[in-house]
Design a protein around this ligand. Sequence first.
Ligand code: OXD
Ligand code: MN
Length: 589
Amino acid sequence: MHRALEAWVHEIAAHTKPDRVVWCDGSDAENERLIGEMLKDGTLQRLNAEKFPNSYYHRSHASDVARTEHLTFICTEKKDDAGPTNNWMSPADASARVWPLFAGAMKGRTMYVVPYLMGPASSPFAKVGVEITDSAYVVISMRIMTRMGAVALNHLGENGEFVKGLHSLGDLNPDRRFICHFPERNEIWSVGSGYGGNALLGKKCFALRIAGAQARREGWLAEHMLILGLEDPAGETTYVAAAFPSACGKTNLAMLVPPASFWGYKIWTVGDDIAWLRFGPDGRLWAINPEAGFFGVAPGTGPKTNPNAMETIRKNSIFTNTALTKDMCPWWEGMESGTPEGLTDWRGNPYTPGSADKAAHPNSRFTAPASQCPSISPKFEDPQGVPISAFIFGARRGSLVPLVYEAFDWNHGVYVGSSVASETTAAATGAVGVLRRDPFAMLPFCGYNMGDYFGHWMNIGAPGNVPGTSTPKRLPKIFHVNWFRQSAEGKFLWPGFGENLRVLNWILSRCRGKGEAVETPIGYVPGPGGIDTTGLSIAPGAMEELLRVDAKGFAAEWPQLNEFYAKFGDRLPAEIRRQHEAQRKRLGA
Ligand code: OXD
Ligand code: MN
């Protein structure tokens, strides 16, 4: 037994006063027992056993359907260490305001102790977390999303380090909802929400906010990035990691099916949301996906947009806040053409086709084991991960930002990542479609001062050898993409989905020292013919428009970006300032 773990579990039980404490082992029998209990009490409904075997439906409280960024706090001793982009609460205030919400919160409930491992079982990069929760839905979801139970306790041993995560549904009242992170003591408190990003503490809370702070201390990276391998017809696979804001298509890109004209190419999925990266013995950055499952946005996922996801979710999956068909199958907008009769909407009401409301909540989700994905990479369980050749930053921008461009070098690429702005989506509570700065797609997930985070990225790429070795660094190239450019009439200019391979292929050739490129004030864009358009149906002139760099438009945004950087005061790295000034000059602003 691990004494510190046992002591913590006793402390939490004494405070939350559950009727019983259950240590979860992650076994099939335990999973079946929990599912049986939830079917009885109505937390879950069994889905059509023929079409979706061993799959379940869950409807969350209508006020608890997305991450609540305004209720998410970084609790560092000093406010400046949380930085201007995070909500801050001092640990003392958290003890006074949030800890009492846990007092007696588990009376009449079961307290589950959920040990889990982030990363492949034998990976030296894997880390252990333990989540204490009073939600059985959280337990069965953690079993899909992480390596849960005995495997984590084995990894922990008698003295290993672990991240403490305390979660209670509380009374689900948003007025008493807090998601608090203590990066200085590797601890998370979450109360008042059962929604994935707030309640499955291994994901955003640990693997990004807490691990991000650990990564800075220990010299590695914890990023909001998918990882994919692109295999060419010669059988060579090149891996890239790509950061996009929530609900901007990371899962679709990670599972992309190449267009017919790209015969012999194949995409291998390593991860769809989170990457942990470290220097390997060859000086390259190697990435693992710390997760074991996909918690994907359902609406828009269909046989055309993401056939691999549709295959992945056919069994052993959980669906949350989608609609339901008459024959108990999950349904959402974009799953198929047309709307079937007899749907029940995500709130549990009969749905009238053609109604202005959506049948599925726009942030409804599937939770499915990664191992079921037809494109899952043979390297998914590789303890060392995969070597990354390119970082890609993406954004949802209806205008201005070209389809793809390449940064001049590492420092410029870090500047590009730091300047990302994107239109907001339904993945977080609040207005949708509003442009906001979302550096590295990490705005909601950076567990410390984002100025220091930019500095950490600069340090990772600082000239010289891998720290502590005589191996020169071999850094990935850095790119920016935007699949979401629209015409004046509001039509998407780029078809996206499988066709994005054409862009990835240009990126791949640049990584191999090939590929036509033209220098512009913001970076290199593909030269004429740089992107293979064989078999692509696209409006005349669209390709030119997609690759056009509107220097005046970028110059007009420069002051707004300047204001954003000013927020960081002296925590903004001098090199970001220097890059920003150089960009101004190049833009002629
Ligand atoms: C997610 C998110 O769930 O980014 O991955 O919100
Ligand atoms: Mn995400």
